[in-house]
Design a protein around this ligand. Structure first.
Ligand SMILES: NC(=O)c1ccc[n+]([C@@H]2O[C@H](COP(=O)([O-])OP(=O)(O)OC[C@H]3O[C@@H](n4cnc5c(N)ncnc54)[C@H](O)[C@@H]3O)[C@@H](O)[C@H]2O)c1
Length: 376
């Protein structure tokens, strides 16, 4: 845990955090706060499935459980919230939490449309609370090492970028019929879009062309289910990026990022679970990561440690808790990063619908410039 190695000794009260949404991701975040993040305390859990929230609270020693997130937002003893509900509730919850004066960590995506996200982020700005989005790959040690190299100019001028997500699977996708439309862009590739935006920092994504299909579950193609996608992104600095995703890699959870530039190439992505290798008469083999909470266990923990430190420093008016890496490269993903990645995802959806390149509605990129680029 690179980040925690630099965390100063705690001299102030712990940050009291309320969890909103205690499913797969929320339960892991709850455990991180309760057991792995110094200076933070899991104070309450809200989930309409109150039985499962109560079971989690009991396992972690958390006192308060409620079916309604409004109870957490009204609780004066809570400093901050982690939002891990389904994505369709995120923007509204961000806005409500900010209006209640709570600092916000929100799982991706921060919203499902730019209008609702902009309203939520305006509430964050008006309240002056800290906002962080769950782009956890930034906290993985290999992605941070790559970012540090890129910030130092190791790859030179970026020309080609690549990011990929292959979720672990068995060749079929349970509950695929219940997966919300466009999940491959809004909830999966949005991680890759952030990686590409972060690796190509200073440039704006200008235009995307996306193709997507149901190759793992072709039987669901007709109802619009998508499990496989490839996206090309053109950036304002002329770099060209490719992002790709598939929901069922038989060999495990495969996440990679790469920048190729005028001076060389920088890569991130851990192919094996440990450094151990088996050499036998059949050749060489190694274990691969199977779950996101295995591959990114430390990254998920460190993003919350960063969040708690930022809240503590803002709450207490101190600067000694700030993330140590901030001086040499940017780390903490905030409002602009949430918006930029969502804008790319939404443009991908339009591109699949139209079968054509689509301009990205990033803040500050004039529509005319986008249209001109798209026509080239
Ligand atoms: N960063 C990552 O790598 C990562 C991985 C998995 C999921 N996620 C994100 O986390 C979020 C949750 O995903 P999940 O897989 O945990 O889903 P999930 O279905 O397992 O859990 C969602 C939980 O939210 C609860 N809920 C529903 N409506 C709610 C409301 N209005 N208020 C509070 N709770 C509510 C549900 O009862 C459920 O317990 C999604 O946005 C997803 O994209 C991120």
């Amino acid at each position: 845990m690179a980040y925690l190695n630099h965390t100063p000794a705690q001299t102030s009260a712990p940050v009291r955090i309320g969890l909103i949404g205690s499913g797969w991701m929320g339960a892991f975040h709850a455990e991180s706060i309760a057991r792995r993040v110094p200076g933070a305390e899991l104070a309450a859990i809200a989930d309409p499935n109150v039985e499962s929230a109560a079971a989690l609270a009991s396992a972690l020693g958390t006192a308060k459980v409620t079916a309604d997130a409004a109870d957490i937002l009204a609780d004066p003893e809570i400093d901050a919230v982690i939002i891990a509900s389904p994505a369709r509730f995120h923007a509204q919850l961000i806005g409500q939490a900010a209006a209640a004066g709570k600092h916000v960590f929100c799982e991706k995506p921060a919203g499902q449309g730019l209008d609702e996200l902009d309203a939520a982020l305006a509430a964050v700005e008006a309240a002056g609370v800290h906002f962080q989005i769950g782009f956890n790959r930034r906290y993985a040690s290999d992605f941070q090492a790559a970012k540090k190299d890129l910030a130092a100019g190791t790859a030179g001028t970026p020309q080609l970028l690549r990011s990929l997500t292959r979720d672990p699977g068995t060749g079929s996708i349970p509950h695929a019929a219940k997966v919300p439309a466009w999940t491959v862009f809004l909830e999966t590739l949005i991680h890759d879009f952030d990686t590409l935006n972060w690796f190509n920092e200073g440039a704006e994504p200008v235009e995307v062309y996306a193709v997507a299909d149901a190759l793992v579950e072709p039987g669901l193609r007709e109802q619009g289910f998508l499990d496989t996608a490839v996206v090309t992104i053109r950036y304002s600095n002329a770099a060209i990026a490719v992002a790709e995703a598939n929901f069922s890699a038989l060999y495990g959870y495969d996440i990679r990022g790469e920048v190729f530039g005028s001076k060389g190439m920088v890569q991130a992505g851990r192919a094996t679970e440990t450094a151990a290798r088996r050499y036998t008469a059949d050749g060489m083999s190694a274990d691969t990561p199977r779950l996101n909470v295995e591959l990114f266990r430390d990254a998920y923990t460190d993003e919350l440690a960063d969040f708690a430190a930022a809240v503590r420093s803002q709450r207490d008016g101190r600067s000694d808790d700030a993330a140590p890496s901030a001086a040499s490269y940017t780390l903490t993903p905030g409002a602009a990063d949430a918006r930029r990645a969502l804008a790319v995802a939404l443009a991908c959806i339009e591109s699949v619908k139209s079968g054509a390149p689509v301009g990205v509605k990033t803040a500050g990129v004039p529509t005319a410039a986008v249209t001109e680029t798209a026509a080239l």
